[in-house]
Every structure is written in structure tokens, then in C-alpha cells.
Design a protein around this ligand. Structure first.
Ligand SMILES: [Fe+2]
Length: 230
């Protein structure tokens, strides 16, 4: 198994390059536009054929590399059926499986951070986007965010996975690279709530500054990062 967790220090984004073996097909999750050349070099060095680039949701804090990767490698660009991105070549929905040779990603629809947020289960691990972060959860105050929907996604879809499932989020701002479902259940402060309403109230009480790049990143990402936005 080839599993590479790549990091963009500007936006603290984790990008994942996945393949079963050298010489085989590869899939990349949440690529950052400014890092595309680095990903393509790694793909070449590992003798991989990139067949799919996937975003967990429309990001507000960085411009996606989906479009540039598609032009450079001919890979499919994929987002969920709820995404407002017009530019993708493939749309997935919950219950489907994304495949690249021996890699299998089972699709879960996990709205709340945004209404187009998805997570992907790959065997013993789950890619949680901005739905479940390490010791945190994604904010719900823009892009059709909904704390009640996020509670349902967290408690009814992600936290019901086996406790030793490894958690790989789309971001971490403290250098933490990986967690597990059991660890987050016990130690994630946002998850220590007695009810859905308590979670909603807690999220609604947060007062956060808008992401620095939101006005640039969201429109650009609807075009898969391929259009200049003033
Ligand atoms: Fe996000």
C-alpha cells in the first residue's frame, strides 16, 4: 500500500496520495493548487498513474488543485453530488465506492461543515475532510453549514465506525497527523455533549473570523481552481 500524507503549510491542509502498489493507479484527496507540481513529481517518482483527484468539499481556505491535475494528467476530477462545483468530471454519492486499482474508498455523505461535505472510508482508516478534525470539528457558520446536520454526521456516521479506525482529517493547525475514532470520542472537546441541541448551541456560540482566502477560494473552487478570480 502506498499512503502519503502531504502537507500545505500555508493553509495547513493535508492531501493524501493513495495507491495499492508502485506501477499502479493512484487517487489523490484534497489537492492544493500551489502544490500540484510537487504531487505530480511524486506520482512520477513512485511510478503511479493518477486516475482520480477528489475534494471532500468546496474549501474556503485554499484553491483546489483538481482542475490543474486533470489538465496535467488526464485524471478524473470528482466531488459529491451536492457540490456546486460545475467543473468536475465525476460526481459521487453516499454508498458508492471510488476505485483505483486496489484502492477502495467507500463514500459517506457527512454534511454540516458545508452542505457538500463527504468522508471516505478506506479499510482501517477514514478521511474526514473538515467534518471531524483532531480534537475539533469543522466550523458550521458559512457555505450552508449546519451544526445539527454536523452532529448527525459525526454521531451517526463517523463515530459509529470501529474505535480503532484511524482518522485522517483535511487540516490540522497543531501538527497532529492522525487520530482514531475511539480517541476522538473520548478526548475531542467538541464531542463531549449530552444532546444534539447542546452541540448546536455550542457551535452557534463560536465567533470566528472568516477564512482569509474565502472570497477568493470559494468561487475559484467552483471552477476546480482553473479560473482567475479577481
Ligand atoms: Fe473546509
Amino acid at each position: 500500500m502506498i499512503f502519503r500524507q502531504l502537507f500545505d503549510p500555508v493553509s495547513s491542509t493535508y492531501t493524501y496520495l493513495l495507491a495499492e502498489r508502485s506501477g499502479g493507479e493512484a487517487l489523490i484527496i484534497d489537492p492544493v493548487l500551489d502544490r500540484v507540481d510537487q504531487y505530480l513529481q511524486l506520482v512520477r517518482e513512485l511510478d503511479l498513474k493518477l486516475v482520480m483527484a477528489v475534494d471532500t468539499h468546496i474549501h474556503a481556505d485554499h484553491v483546489t488543485g483538481l482542475g490543474k491535475l486533470r489538465s496535467a494528467s488526464g485524471c478524473a476530477s470528482a466531488m459529491g453530488e451536492h457540490s456546486a462545483a460545475e467543473c468536475v468530471s465525476l460526481r459521487f454519492r453516499e454508498g458508492e465506492t471510488l476505485k483505483a486499482d486496489g484502492v477502495r474508498l467507500d463514500v459517506l455523505y457527512t454534511p454540516g461543515h458545508t452542505d457538500d461535505s463527504y468522508s471516505f472510508v478506506m479499510g482501517d482508516r477514514v478521511f474526514t475532510g473538515d467534518t471531524l478534525l483532531i480534537r475539533g470539528t469543522g466550523r458550521t457558520d458559512f457555505q450552508n453549514g449546519d451544526p445539527g446536520a454536523q452532529y448527525d454526521s459525526l454521531f451517526h456516521k463517523l463515530l459509529v465506525l470501529p474505535e480503532d479506525t484511524l482518522v485522517y482529517p483535511a487540516h490540522d493547525y497543531e501538527g497532529r497527523t492522525c487520530s482514531s475514532i475511539g480517541e476522538e470520542k473520548r478526548h475531542n472537546p467538541r464531542l463531549q455533549v449530552a444532546s444534539r441541541q447542546e452541540y448546536v448551541d455550542r457551535m452557534n456560540a463560536l465567533r470566528l473570523d472568516p477564512p482569509r482566502l474565502m472570497d477568493i477560494a470559494v468561487p475559484a473552487n467552483r471552477a476546480c481552481g482553473m479560473e482567475q478570480v479577481a
